[in-house]
Design a protein around this ligand. Structure first.
Ligand code: PLP
Length: 421
């Protein structure tokens, strides 16, 4: 066997995080959240840790998407990404509809002023009481099983109201390169495509108000080509299923899955090919399904980059030659940044520190939380400004799947505050 004497060294240049330029800096180096210096915002909030969401960035993101997409495509906000009531109310004024996934979210969306005509309710395991609420509210139910149709048919009789239903289809393809696959193959979400035709017949027989289809294949995808392919396949699938529909398709939700960059090497999604692809689909839909509203449902992409998580340095320790910054927040508030929300390999979220000294000095440090578990890690040996007690650690890309997706009761620390700025 050939034993090489000189090998290519295995040291590669480490990939860098995409620079987080969406939050501007003040002249003296403070981070600006919708124009407010973070140090002052922390005083206004009154305690750390907290999440801060920036209205100007939310508005800019929706505007950027609208500019890239054809005018026929409606944007829905999937509020499970960030259900803070003030955020939902703000988003309700920017998008065409809100997607909810529980009776609790339905209440927040209605309180936020969203029009019931533009709310849809997806999710497996909807309880009878939730379906009853949805029917009374007049929202569209994205039906995920035959059982839901049976319950809705009975509720129609009891309440004297017609249910609005769309079928959530578990597609017969997968969304490649997705962080979380939610369609294709054996899945608890939606109804397998081959089981749809008999259910369409039942919808007609039970006089349920048929409106259309939802196809959601997956989440956190940064590849425009695979998203375009999934949209084309979803459209083709819906068109095929529409042949058996008891009424015209008035609502076609092509899913979403647009991702945002979190980790070194991640590149922001290229919207241009997606816009062109959707323009092609919209053009064909004008002929094939002239009554259909075309909808994208997006969570993370709309809100994820507009939020930060902020914690204060409580302690600075050195162990085995490594610096540990112990902060007052951690995985109990931000499970995803700790690497425990569906990630296979732990990688660092983009993190920075707003120091009071504003010194330029940097060092390698780890940021850990106050929980007695090695899982409570916000930054593992990152290059960071040299921090002291009282300085503010900032985790970027924290506007989605933060507070509501974290085990806040774990270890009995205070709950996290949230502000919309
Ligand atoms: C979670 C979910 C979304 C939102 O996903 P994002 O990755 O946050 O955009 C949209 N639709 C459905 C059905 C979902 O379950």
């Amino acid at each position: 066997m050939d034993t090489p004497t000189a090998r290519t060294p295995l040291i590669r240049t480490p990939l860098a995080h995409t620079p987080m330029s969406q939050f501007a800096r003040s002249a003296d180096g403070d981070l600006l959240v919708n124009g407010q210096p973070l140090t002052r915002l922390a005083e206004r909030v009154g305690s750390t840790p907290f999440y801060a969401y920036d209205r100007s960035l939310l508005r800019a993101r929706v505007a950027e998407l609208r500019a890239a997409l054809p005018p026929e495509v409606e944007l829905h906000y999937a509020m499970k990404a960030n259900p803070m009531p003030a955020v939902v109310a703000f988003m309700a004024g920017l998008v065409n509809g809100i997607d909810v996934a529980s009776g609790g979210e339905l209440k927040v969306a209605l309180d936020a002023g969203a029009n019931p005509a533009d709310i849809s309710f997806a999710g497996p395991g909807k309880r009878d009481a939730e379906l009853r609420q949805a029917l009374a509210a007049g929202v569209l139910v994205n039906v995920e099983s035959a059982r839901e149709l049976t319950v809705l048919a009975a509720l129609q009789q009891q309440l004297g109201l017609q249910a609005r239903v769309a079928l959530r289809v578990n597609p017969d393809f997968e969304l490649k390169g997705s962080g979380m696959k939610m369609g294709g193959g054996a899945k608890p979400f939606g109804i397998d495509a081959d089981q749809i035709p008999p259910l369409l017949a039942r919808i007609g027989a039970d006089n349920l108000g048929f409106e259309g289809f939802q196809v959601f294949a997956g989440s956190q995808n940064l590849r425009a080509d695979t998203l375009c392919e999934a949209q084309q396949k979803s459209y083709a699938l819906a068109l095929r299923l529409a042949a058996d529909a008891p009424a015209l398709v008035r609502f076609l939700n092509l899913g979403g899955g647009f991702g945002i960059p979190y980790f070194p090497g991640d590149k922001p999604l290229d919207l241009a090919p997606i816009g062109a692809n959707l323009a092609d689909i919209a053009k064909r839909a004008r002929a094939d399904l002239p009554q259909a509203r075309l909808v994208l449902e997006l969570g993370r992409y709309l809100v994820g980059e507009a939020g930060i998580y902020v914690a204060r340095v409580l302690d600075r320790k050195v162990s085995g030659g490594q610096v540990f910054l112990v902060v007052d927040g951690g995985m109990h508030h931000h499970l995803a940044a700790s690497g425990n929300f569906g990630q296979v390999l732990r990688r660092n979220y983009p993190v920075t520190i707003v120091t009071r000294s504003r010194s330029e000095a940097r060092e390698t440090a780890s940021v850990v939380g106050p929980l007695c578990t090695p899982l409570d890690l916000l930054a593992d040996r990152m290059d960071l400004p040299v921090a002291e007690e009282g300085d503010l650690v900032v985790v970027y890309q924290s506007g989605a799947y933060g507070a509501s997706a974290s085990p806040q009761a774990f270890l009995g620390h205070p709950a996290v505050a949230e502000v919309l700025v």
